[in-house]
Design a protein around this ligand. Structure first.
Ligand SMILES: NC(=O)c1ccc[n+]([C@@H]2O[C@H](COP(=O)([O-])OP(=O)(O)OC[C@H]3O[C@@H](n4cnc5c(N)ncnc54)[C@H](OP(=O)(O)O)[C@@H]3O)[C@@H](O)[C@H]2O)c1
Length: 328
């Protein structure tokens, strides 16, 4: 399948590199708003087709699919443009600003008989499977703490009076939808949608959350997610069961998954043969689902994306964090 790319940031570089290791995806076109930038990006990735008009790119017969890594609030318009030209779409997280957009876009995907994926890379990696296996060892889960606390260099720009996209309501930014979404997706992937969720944000003057604590309520336990773009932590994640705990580093990569049983200091390492660029797994899985029309796997990912967005939308609105597109 030939795919084009929208967005010229480092994450697009990473997805293009990942696609080279997955059977079924060939990078065939780039889009950027400016010709110079588009040509430079195309040269860097040895691709001939260059677009500065999104509608022209979406209409290009050579393309079967697109990977979209534009600022969050633009995802919806970009996704719809490609779906309506019968292109499969892989869209970066957070897929949309709210459920209203999500429902319209998944309807457009179904109407055009194409697939739409949220690129939530941590859910497709071998380390995610290791965590699922590790959970079987620690007994009944009673609590967990999943931090994603990573100081952003863009916060320095924000403090200097600039308006980086991710720190604005105009571009549907904030810590929860940018970083909290990794541990939240992990929690929903491992345990399903929580019965309830509450968020305690630290709101910036721009209106978005610079950091916050998300509390997830499950029937037998409560989980805590810390997310921040304005402070730094070492990001060790812990899931606590009655027989032991599951530890791993970083909710985006889940490095070094391991179990420590109660009464022991020994760490039992779980299988972790993960590629340094864990986007290779999602690229491979999306291509596989499209080519084999695996509607069961597609339905599972679709539901997960919906459940995650329903949590972030609910807790945002409860805290008065409203994106500009929601004021229209
Ligand atoms: N999965 C992951 O690990 C991961 C990591 C990082 C980011 N992401 C996601 O990837 C997406 C892009 O993130 P990013 O940090 O690269 O965003 P960004 O720097 O704000 O923008 C991404 C691209 O969009 C275009 N753009 C920037 N500002 C724009 C504007 N005002 N209007 C129209 N287009 C604009 C630029 O491309 P051109 O100038 O070439 O048009 C830019 O390269 C986000 O949804 C983010 O959550 C995912």
């Amino acid at each position: 399948m030939n795919f084009g790319t929208v967005g010229t940031g480092w994450i697009t570089d990473a997805f293009i590199e990942a696609s080279k290791e997955s059977a079924g995806l060939t990078h065939a076109a780039v889009y950027s708003r400016k010709t110079d930038k588009a040509e430079a990006f195309a040269d860097k990735h040895a691709v001939e087709r260059v677009f500065t008009d999104l509608n022209e790119m979406a209409a290009c017969d050579v393309l079967d699919a697109v990977y979209i890594a534009s600022p969050n609030s633009l995802h919806f318009g970009h996704v719809i443009t490609f779906l309506n030209q019968k292109k499969h779409v892989i869209c970066e997280k957070p897929i949309f600003s709210n459920l209203k957009e999500w429902k319209k876009a998944y309807k457009a995907a179904a109407d055009n008989d194409v697939f739409l994926f949220e690129a939530m890379r941590n859910l497709h990696s071998p380390n995610f499977k290791s965590l699922q296996e590790g959970l079987r060892e620690i007994g009944k889960v009673r609590s967990m703490i999943l931090p994603f606390v990573q100081y952003s260099s863009r916060y320095d720009k924000y403090l200097a009076g600039e308006e980086p996209n991710i720190f604005t309501t105009k571009f549907s930014g904030g810590a929860l939808v940018d970083l909290g979404i990794y541990p939240l997706s992990l929690a929903v992937g491992l345990f399903g949608k929580p019965a309830d969720a509450s968020y305690f944000p630290v709101q910036l003057d721009s209106g978005v959350d610079g950091s916050g604590t998300l509390v997830l309520t499950y029937p037998d336990f409560t989980g805590t997610i810390l997310c921040s773009k304005i402070a730094q932590s070492s990001n060790r994640c812990e899931i606590h069961g009655e027989k032991g705990m599951l530890l791993f580093e970083n909710a985006g990569d889940m490095y070094k998954p391991r179990v420590v049983y109660n009464g022991s200091a020994e760490e039992k390492m779980l299988k972790a043969d993960q590629h340094p660029n864990n986007m290779v797994y999602e690229a491979e899985e999306f291509a596989r689902i499209i080519q084999s029309r695996d509607m069961e796997a597609y339905g599972r990912l679709k539901q997960l994306s919906y459940d995650v967005l329903s949590v972030t939308e609910k807790v945002r609105h409860e805290n008065g964090i409203i994106f500009d597109s929601e004021n229209d």
